[in-house]
Design a protein around this ligand. Structure first.
Ligand SMILES: Cc1ncc(COP(=O)(O)O)c(CNc2conc2O)c1O
Length: 380
């Protein structure tokens, strides 16, 4: 098993991933297929490992943002359907076809720029922009034109049509309803509907059971995180967070009153203080804005003091602790928990961003049935 030689790591609970997928599938009509969204290295959790767990738990396919991510999953031996949700280059379409990767057609001209050798088939999902304002066709006329291009070609397979909600994670549902109505109008204008019709992210999947479509795209809640704090109370079951971030004290000292900590000497001990050092810093995605954030040691909250460095940060301790003592930066110790949402609030962002930006310098340790089954260390 690959090792790592710095006492900072992210722990990914693959049983939690499976549980979140299984519980979501239980909420859905049996005819609805679940695609696991594993883009951005599975929101920082590890795309191959999460993909395998999600498929074992009943996911029927995978979704990524870019062709590169899909090619990596194929190279890892994953054979399941994979949809690239973002805009691929038309000139790369042959690669997708060769690897049986489905692509998104998001504008009228895209297909006219695609060249495929005879015999290659390209699976296509048409993206409709019903109000997200990112990529996609907006009118029946555009849709008719692209559907016609697919129909007239022996190389193109009309596999799916989808849209993406901008506000499904907000309590107010007016805008979602408008988007859904627009999407239904577009889908109903098709003379022949493709096998996969999908519009739901986690929020719409859990709140609206997939909003009448036959496929859902589950991202954030597969990782056990709520799509937003506002709708957390509306979710049909308790999600199980899969990601925790851990480290160990590498140095402990007692400061005299007036002694300083870290760059800028901005922190000054006001009395005799025990200070511990953790081997994690902003180059790991534990950014400087997290100065003052609590970490858990010995089941208790202790604050980061002084500026966070590139590779290290310091914590004020209530008493002396031994080097090697475990610190939990995201996750639970006893009755205390530091949630992804707490870190997101401190960083004035959303929970999605936090695991995504824990850099690849932090090894990912995969846990199944409370045992370490693998370690991904990008440095070795
Ligand atoms: C097209 C599309 N489908 C499904 C999902 C999954 O959404 P969920 O994680 O809320 O379930 C995303 C997430 N995309 C993004 C999530 O944050 N920023 C994004 O662009 C997406 O862009």
């Amino acid at each position: 098993m690959m090792e790592f030689y710095r006492d900072t790591w992210a722990e990914i609970d693959l049983d939690a991933i499976k549980w979140n997928v299984e519980k979501t599938i239980e909420e859905l009509d049996p005819s609805v297929a679940l695609f696991a969204v594993v883009k951005a290295n599975a929101y920082g959790h590890g795309d191959v490992q999460v993909a395998r767990s999600a498929l074992q738990a009943g996911a029927k396919g995978l979704a990524v943002a870019f062709l590169d991510e899909a090619l990596k999953l194929r190279a890892s031996g994953i054979d399941a359907p994979i949809l690239v949700l973002g805009a691929s280059r038309p000139e790369d379409a042959h690669l997708a076809a060769e690897h049986r990767i489905s692509v998104t057609v998001h504008d009228e001209d895209w297909l006219s720029k695609v060249y495929l050798k005879k015999g290659l088939l390209l699976n296509i999902h048409i993206k409709c922009d019903t109000g997200m304002g990112r990529i996609g066709l907006k009118t029946k006329e555009e849709l008719r034109h692209v559907a016609g291009q697919i129909d007239q070609s022996d190389s193109f397979v009309f596999e799916g049509i989808f849209t993406h909600f901008a506000t499904a994670d907000e309590p107010e549902t007016n805008y979602v309803e408008k988007q859904l109505e627009h999407f239904q109008h577009l889908v109903n204008s098709l003379s022949v509907k493709p096998p996969f019709v999908h519009c739901s992210n986690s929020a719409a999947t859990l709140r609206f059971k997939g909003a009448g479509c036959n496929t859902v795209r589950l991202g954030i809640s597969m990782y056990g995180l709520t799509p937003s704090t506002d709708i957390a109370p509306l979710l049909p079951f308790q999600l199980k967070p899969a990601f925790s971030l851990k480290s160990k004290l590498v140095h402990v000292k007692k400061l005299k009153p007036g002694e300083k900590v870290s760059y800028g000497a901005t922190y000054e001990a006001s009395e005799y203080e025990w200070i511990g050092t953790l081997p994690i810093g902003y180059a790991d995605g534990w950014i400087r804005k997290l100065e003052g954030q609590d970490v858990l040691i010995d089941g208790r909250r202790m604050p980061i003091v002084g500026r966070i460095c590139m590779d290290q940060c310091m914590v004020r301790l209530p008493k002396e602790y031994k080097t090697g003592t475990l610190a939990t930066l995201i996750g639970r110790q006893g009755n205390e928990e530091i949630t992804m949402e707490e870190i997101a609030e401190k960083r004035e962002t959303i929970n999605y961003e936090i695991p995504c930006v824990i850099t690849s310098r932090v090894p990912r340790v995969y846990i199944e049935k409370e045992k370490i089954i693998s370690v991904a260390n990008s440095l070795l």
